[in-house]
Every structure is written in structure tokens, then in C-alpha cells.
Write a protein that binds this ligand. Structure first.
Ligand code: EPU
Length: 422
């Protein structure tokens, strides 16, 4: 296992290029199996979750050519729509094969994904959606068994206690592309990654309208073709570098990035006093003045993203005053709190809220990564902490950040990857 070693206190300066969005790439790679024809997906980040997705496609019988940031999928040879526990247990995103396999093969057998360290991860909305389209679903021996004679379009309300579902919307949208008649998804997720998936499906020949709004309409077609598509930039990666720039009093330009992808994140950064400007499609992030504490509540898009909660908490740790960070998507997603406190932060948890008493300083310490975004929060904290921070279990970071160490080194951070011999 590897660890990251960060010597804090370096100001980040320069430019950084953002990779393609992991959370678009996963459902889009799954969507390629909707057709018998070859698809070519570009700007796919080289991260562990994508490698897992490629393994799943191959295990299904697809031919996959993965070179750099391009993945070519020839799904013509898929015969057996079964995803076993061994392959699904490493990545929850594999549930997004349910819709496409069901649409193309009229049956799918997928190991139940279970929970993870950020809290329970139910799939009731995915199941509700495909059932409404006419699938028979049984849960047996840890598997979701789905089959249907024919999927039929209908109106589906897709909301739960925590609002809309990103992959749930994606799954139902994919299943509906070849259903008979019209499907309307009400309370659909509006996340840019759902729009990206929808745009890919449209390139395959699907008839979809309302993307980016809470009401998506899909008119079923008989078949879909392969498509050539490029993934949008990763807004969570961009947001992470923006926060890293702010915490190190830096001056960082994010190349070719559309600020509108950030939703409420942009407002919250500006409320805190971070300067963010856009010129010719490049975004410059500077911290020129004292920052102010803020209150942040995570919400579905365009609300503040849960995937940037830990990073923002790290920033607020060094802003004097009280900040309150409330998690409305995953109320248990606070594994980073104890680790930030090990670094000298003062954070207490009150139910789904973290109350951060900002200090001026964090101090480097050995800490442990627990999930992808918690790990990103610890990296951001380590960049400003006095002394050395050692982050172990960084395989979590490998799931979602392409070339993190090289990109941060390029910006001037003192960070390296080492074998963890403990
Ligand atoms: N939920 C249900 N029932 C369901 C599905 C979800 O109650 O059937 C609940 C969840 O427990 C949560 C809320 O609804 O409280 C939203 O979950 P959602 O379904 O939107 O999450 P997801 O689609 O499984 C994606 C991202 C996550 C990101 C969330 C929220 C991918 C592969 N994953 O998950 O990304 O946090 O949306 O924006 O797209 C990450 O990248 O680190 C990550 C965890």
C-alpha cells in the first residue's frame, strides 16, 4: 500500500488542467452496452474506478481497448448479463449496468452493492424506477434479479428522503431509451454528469428532452447505435484544486473550465472571500484577503456538492471564526473529522452538522484516508499544515483523482508518494 507525504506551507501557483469527470465516465461506459455497435469515449480519466468499469465490461464479454484517456467498447459479444459479487463489491457505480443490461437483454443479474464508509447506499429508487417500466425484480442470494418481457414508458417520481438520485436517474433514463412509448422522470437529478450521460445517449440515437431539469422525458426508440463522445471536465476535481489554491493563499488558473458547472460551490467560495475570475474560458482562483467563515449545506445540484464537503471543511479549519457544515445527502459522511482534529482542527459533530471553530494553524500528522473525498480533504489540509502530513490508505484517492501528485507538484506543492511500510 502507498502513502502520501506532504510538507505543508507551500503556496500553490500556476495552471492546472482538469481531467474528464469520473462520475460521468462510469455511467457512460455502462451505457455503451445498450447498443451492439462500437462506441469510442474520450477524455476518460485514468482512475481506479474507470479501470474497474473496464474490467466489468470485459467480464460481460465486451471487447475493450483502453489507451490513455480513450476507451473503445465493442459490446457486440456480450451474451450473459451477469455481474458477480467479486466484481461489483469494489465499486458501487457498477449498479448503473442495471438499466442498460435490462434494456438490451431484457434481463440482468447484478450483485447487490451494499453500503460503504460514507453511510448506507440504498438502491430502492433504481429498483422503483425499473419496476415502473415493467421489470420484475427479485432480491435473491445477494443479487438483484431483473427481467422483463417488454419495458413500457410511464411517469416515474424518483425522489427519496435525501432528494433525487444521480445514478438512479441515469439508470432509469438508460432503461427507458428503448422502452415502448414515453417515460417522464419526475424529480430527476440535475447534476451535470446526468446531462452528460443524456447527451451521450442522444448521440447513440435516444430521444431525450429536459436534461438538467427535474423533469426528463424519454421517447423510446427501437435500437441505439454506437457513438463517439468526449466526457465533460470533472467539477469535483476542479473544486478541489480551487480549495487547495485558497487554503495555500495561492494563485491558480484552471484551464478550460466552465464555472457554471460549479453551482453553489462558486457562491460559497466567493462568500468566503476567495477571488474567482474567468477569462477566455480559464478560471483564476486567488486568495488576496482574509477569508470569512461560512455556513454550507450539501444539497443536490445546483446546491453545494457533498463531494466537496470534506475539502471545504479543511479550508474552514484555518479560517478564524465558526463555520457550520451540514450534510444533507449522506448524513454520516464525516470520517475526515477525527483525522482533521488530529491535525489540530477543532470540529465537533452535532447530528448531520459539523461545527468548525477555525484556527489559524493546522499541524502535520499521520492520518488515514477513509473514502475518496475525505482523503481529498486531508490532502488539502496537509498542503497548509505546519510540518509533515502522512496520509495512508491512499488507494481511495486513486479511485477518483487522475495524476493528483504530479498536478500538485506542478503547482509547487511538496508532495510525494511512498510505499507505506507500516
Ligand atoms: N438514495 C436513496 N435511494 C436510492 C439511491 C440513493 O435513498 O435508491 C439516497 C442516497 O443514500 C443519498 C441520496 O439518495 O442519500 C443521493 O444519492 P445518489 O443516488 O444521488 O448517489 P449516487 O448516484 O449513488 C453519485 C456519485 C457520488 C455522489 C452522489 C451525490 C457516482 C458514481 N457517484 O452517487 O460520488 O456523492 O452521486 O452527488 O456518480 C464520489 O465521487 O466520491 C461519490 C461518492
Amino acid at each position: 500500500m502507498d502513502k502520501l507525504v506532504i510538507e505543508g506551507g507551500r503556496r500553490l501557483e500556476g495552471t492546472v488542467e482538469i481531467s474528464g469527470a469520473k462520475n460521468s465516465s462510469l455511467p457512460i461506459l455502462a451505457a455503451t452496452v445498450l447498443s451492439k455497435e462500437k462506441s469510442i469515449i474520450r477524455n476518460v480519466p485514468q482512475v481506479a474506478d474507470v479501470f474497474t468499469m473496464v474490467k466489468i465490461l470485459k467480464s460481460l464479454g465486451a471487447k475493450v481497448l483502453h489507451t490513455g484517456n480513450t476507451v473503445e467498447v465493442d459490446p457486440s459479444g456480450i451474451r450473459n448479463p451477469v455481474l458477480t459479487y467479486k466484481i461489483v463489491s469494489t465499486m458501487r457505480g457498477s449498479i448503473c449496468f442495471l438499466g442498460p443490461l435490462l434494456a438490451r437483454f431484457r434481463s440482468a443479474q447484478i450483485s447487490f452493492p451494499g453500503g460503504c464508509v460514507i453511510g448506507p447506499r440504498p438502491i430502492d429508487l433504481h429498483i422503483k424506477g425499473v419496476k415502473a417500466l415493467g421489470a420484475d425484480i427479485t432480491l435473491e442470494h445477494g443479487y438483484v434479479l431483473a427481467k422483463t418481457k417488454e419495458l413500457k414508458g410511464t411517469r416515474i417520481y424518483l425522489g427519496g428522503a435525501f432528494g433525487s438520485s444521480v445514478l438512479g436517474t441515469g439508470n432509469v433514463m438508460m432503461a427507458a431509451t428503448m422502452a415502448k412509448g414515453k417515460t417522464v422522470i419526475v424529480n430527476a437529478a440535475c447534476e451535470p454528469e446526468v446531462v452528460d450521460l443524456g447527451n451521450f445517449l442522444k448521440k447513440m440515437g435516444a430521444k431525450i428532452s429536459g436534461l438538467g431539469s427535474p423533469s426528463i422525458e424519454i421517447e423510446g426508440v427501437k435500437k441505439l447505435s454506437g457513438a463517439n463522445y468526449s466526457i465533460i471536465p470533472d467539477r469535483i476535481e476542479a473544486g478541489t484544486y480551487m480549495i487547495a489554491a485558497a487554503i495555500t493563499k495561492g494563485d491558480v488558473t484552471i484551464k478550460n473550465f466552465d464555472l457554471s458547472l460549479l453551482g453553489a460551490m462558486l457562491d460559497k467560495m466567493r462568500d468566503a472571500g476567495v477571488s474567482i475570475t474567468e477569462k477566455n474560458g480559464h478560471v483564476r482562483v486567488r486568495r488576496e484577503k482574509k477569508l470569512k467563515p461560512i455556513s454550507v449545506t450539501t444539497l443536490p445540484y445546483p446546491g453545494y456538492p457533498t463531494d466537496l464537503q470534506a475539502q471545504m471543511m479543511a479550508l474552514m479549519c484555518v479560517v478564524p471564526g465558526i463555520s457550520v457544515i451540514t450534510e444533507k445527502i449522506y448524513p454520516e459522511r464525516f470520517m475526515h473529522v477525527s483525522e482533521l482534529n488530529r491535525m489540530g482542527a477543532s470540529i465537533i459533530l452535532e447530528g448531520p452538522s459539523a461545527i468548525v471553530s477555525g484556527n489559524k494553524k493546522l499541524s502535520g500528522a499521520p492520518v488515514m484516508a477513509s473514502d475518496l473525498r475525505a482523503s481529498a480533504g486531508l490532502v488539502v489540509a496537509g498542503l497548509v499544515a505546519e510540518g509533515t502530513t502522512e496520509i495512508s490508505r491512499i488507494y481511495h484517492l486513486d479511485r477518483g483523482y487522475e495524476n493528483l501528485v504530479a498536478k500538485l507538484q506542478h503547482l509547487g506543492a511538496k508532495i510525494r508518494r511512498e510505499k507505506d511500510l507500516r
